[in-house]
Ligand binder design. Sequence first.
Ligand SMILES: [Fe+2]
Ligand SMILES: [Fe+2]
Length: 191
Amino acid sequence: MNLEALRHKLASNLSPPRYEHSLRVMALACKLARHYQTPEEPVAIAALLHDVAREKNGAELLSLAENYGLTIESTDQKAPVLLHGKVGAEILRREWAITTPSILEAVAVHVTGAPRMGMISELTLLADFAEPGRTFYSAHIARELAFVHRPTALKYIFTQKIRYILDAGYLLHPLTIEARNQLLMGETGSE
Ligand SMILES: [Fe+2]
Ligand SMILES: [Fe+2]
């Protein structure tokens, strides 16, 4: 399926606001891909489709994860929305014929982040947090930082996400902490 066909299919799978968000994530991720001189198409596909499973409810996400044989951690069990990345990646592999591992990884990890993410995952996560429809202040900062220094932008996003989750009293997924720790420990100019 080409990008146009994927867009069309996604539009019939998501509510209009979520679809619009997906288009904005794709646009920003593509800008970042050009900035970092990395092939644009896989970034566009991952960013466009990252929330394919976001509108499934908790019970659906849990039963799909179970049917697909995915590892369901205790945090996922308590907060099934955390599964929408991993379940989304499986849906794309099984029903959308998306087979590129780096695209599937980007969709799978966009919710929690993960240590040592690939470029497509990093750009998808950055764009998801920083797309211009996000009007909170930290999204604005992240949008600026994303074009200056990727690891700093990612570290900033994880710090913001963790703060938000703690303040709201939500469950914090261990991968988010691991992702941030890895960035803190690996600050030796990998760019
Ligand atoms: Fe998402
Ligand atoms: Fe999103």
